[in-house]
Design a protein around this ligand. Structure first.
Ligand code: GTP
Ligand code: MG
Length: 599
């Protein structure tokens, strides 16, 4: 394959109300720029004649679909053409959802937009909604095409009236249009060639304006971002390396770069960049699906965001301030849990606060407690797990998300700000700890294999005096006698040692818990099964521990009446069972969870 480095690509999205002429304009553009395969135009015209249908330029797009797709799975609504200046990818967004999906999932990243308005129908609700979405998604270069000028006899006054009306609207949403062009997609006026019918117009044609758009900051000069899609083991014999795979959203990665994964904050150095069925590379840039191996084995998972240590840090939190566009049939409601997808992360999300709701078609806004279809809201979302992201003023691509309601994309938007949550103070410490962590030559798996057990924290909790300690000690003894590496920590063991400098357990419960979690973290890293008892652990406290430790390595046991707690525990032990019975049940749970293995 020969690559022409001198040529640049640009993606353009074309939007507008239904039937205002998007496909016709693209069809004509393809025909006039000779981007169609030899004979295609005649072939489609001939087909129309035979079927006694009027010829439509829009049909050209359908006819091209099969040829241009060439077996690659891309959505049908794209086509390609070249000018002397560069290669274009035009994305014809058939509806709001497709547009949003394209923009957010990274399937495309339009740098500029053509917005089409039918001159005879004038500005419609959707013309405004689309404008609003462009603004929300951070697309700043917008050319407005007033189409079907032939239907209004190429009347300058009518054109000017639409321009004035729509300019007013765009001003309010902070879009300064590149230009307004009177066109006829049907007859080809001002598409690739200046119109003979509108001597009063002296501005650019559609083709001129496309070539005039500026390529936005080359994404490769932006900070490196790669959402982790998965971590895969090499399958070849004797190769124990793991590949961290994903698609580069922005920036560039080179062998030897130090990368950090967020939210965990774990870091390592790129050892190799692997490519599927290709030679190894020394670097990889924006837009490529890739995989890399690391110098040390660290535990990273799907949903984390890989960044370069020396570049802009992403934000990490569970509370975000967003601009959100709602498209679901049912309104988006406060308190209901939806799924939020950002990068490869997928987490539960709830509206915590709605600051205001805006009707995108007229920009009226009001304070309300739900978001109806086609409305835009400024709101605060609460996530059930921290995610890593950028804010839209810093890096647009990694600030975009979609909201899924019952398996369907029902909304989307961008993150304006990351807000502090209850775990922020501890998360920052943990990220720093992980960042500074001295890595051992021995991996987690190697330890597990040697000790014949996975490390785990068994948290035994319940009200006062329900026998937590007795159970914990019996469990420790039982596992020890069976050859396990196991350790019980009573709260007193840390209280008067590690915590000796903090006075009073109740005033500083969170700090005590943080230190207990850090001690646990060390023991888990050493490969042990750790048993800890705590009085009346709440979900909030458990969240704190999950922020400090790998949540998958925590198993909770509630002793006593289970109506007394909000804790989402794994195992429940009623009061009154003997220590032996209780220890047996916990052991059974460990076996079920694959932490220890049946003999
Ligand atoms: P959707 O994809 O359904 O949203 O429509 P669209 O925006 O792609 O519109 P399309 O290009 O399919 O055009 C809709 C109708 O308007 C077709 O019948 C076109 O022939 C007609 N049309 C498009 N451009 C012009 C024009 O400049 N003048 C006239 N008279 N008709 C036009
Ligand atoms: Mg169309």
């Amino acid at each position: 394959m020969t690559v022409n480095h001198a040529r640049e690509d640009m993606s353009i999205v074309i939007v507008g109300h239904v039937d205002h002429g998007k496909s016709t304009i693209i069809g004509h553009l393809l025909a006039d720029t000779k981007s169609l395969p030899e004979g295609k135009l005649e072939q489609v015209r001939e087909q129309c004649r035979r079927n006694a249908r009027p010829f439509e330029y829009a049909f050209l797009l359908d006819a091209l679909k099969d040829e241009q797709a060439q077996g690659i799975t891309i959505d049908s609504a794209r086509c390609f053409f070249k000018t002397k200046k560069r290669n274009y990818i035009i994305i014809d967004a058939p509806g709001h959802i497709e547009f949003l999906k394209n923009m957010v999932t990274g399937a495309s990243r339009a740098e500029a937009a053509l917005l089409v308005i039918d001159a005879s129908e004038g500005v419609q609700e959707n013309s405004r909604r689309h404008g609003y979405m462009l603004s929300m998604l951070g697309i700043r270069q917008v050319a407005v095409l007033i189409n079907k000028m032939d239907l209004i006899q190429f009347d300058e006054k009518k054109f000017t009236r639409i321009v004035e009306e729509y300019s007013d609207f765009l001003k309010k949403i902070e879009i300064t249009p590149t230009c307004f062009i009177p066109v006829s997609g049907y007859q080809g006026d001002n598409i690739a060639n200046a119109s003979k019918h509108m001597p009063w117009y002296h501005g650019p044609t559609v083709l001129d304006v496309l070539d005039g758009f500026i390529t936005e900051i080359v994404p490769e000069n932006q900070p490196f971002r790669m959402p982790v899609q998965g971590v895969y083991k090499f399958t070849r014999d004797g190769d124990s390396r793991r590949i961290v795979a994903g698609t580069v959203e922005s920036g560039k990665l080179r062998v030897g770069d130090e990368v950090v994964f967020y939210p965990s904050g774990k870091k390592s150095i790129i050892s190799s960049i692997e490519a599927f069925n290709k030679e190894k590379q020394m670097e990889v840039g924006t837009g490529y699906a890739t995989g890399f191996t690391l110098q040390e084995q660290i535990y990273v998972t799907r949903g984390e965001l890989a960044v370069i240590a020396s570049e802009l840090k992403p934000r990490v939190t569970t509370r975000i301030r967003v601009n959100l566009f709602w498209l679901g049939k049912d309104p988006m409601q406060m308190g209901k849990t939806y799924q939020l997808k950002i990068g490869t992360a997928k987490v539960g999300a709830k509206i915590a606060e709605i600051n205001r709701v805006i009707d995108a078609s007229n920009l009226n806004y009001e304070k309300k407690d739900r978001i109806e279809r086609h409305e835009v809201a400024e709101c605060i979302l609460e996530l059930d797990k921290a995610v890593a992201f950028d804010v839209s003023s810093e890096l647009a691509q990694t600030s975009r998300f979609v909201i899924v309601d019952r398996y369907e994309i029902s909304g989307g938007g961008n993150i304006q700000d990351g807000l502090d949550d209850k775990q922020s103070w501890i998360r920052d410490k943990v990220m720093l700890r992980n960042f500074k962590w001295e890595k051992s030559l021995i991996t987690d798996e190697e330890r597990a294999e040697k000790y014949n057990q996975k490390s785990v924290l068994i948290l035994i909790t319940g009200k006062k005096d329900v026998g937590k300690k007795r159970i914990a000690k019996a469990l420790e003894k039982k596992l020890f006698d069976e050859g396990k590496i196991v350790y019980f920590i009573g709260i007193g063991n840390v209280l008067y040692g590690v915590d000796a400098d903090i006075k009073g357990i109740n005033n500083h419960r969170m700090e005590h818990l943080r230190r207990l979690s850090e001690v646990s973290h060390l023991m888990l890293d050493a490969g042990a099964i750790l048993i800890v008892t705590a009085v009346d652990l709440t979900n909030e406290e458990l969240e704190l521990m999950k922020t400090t430790l790998n949540p998958e390595k925590i198993e909770t046991v509630w002793v006593g009446d289970d109506t007394d707690t909000d804790l989402a525990y794994r195992l429940y032990l009623p009061i009154g069972s003997t220590e032996e019975e209780a220890a047996g049940k916990v052991k059974g749970m460990l076996q079920e969870r694959g932490i220890i293995f049946k003999p």
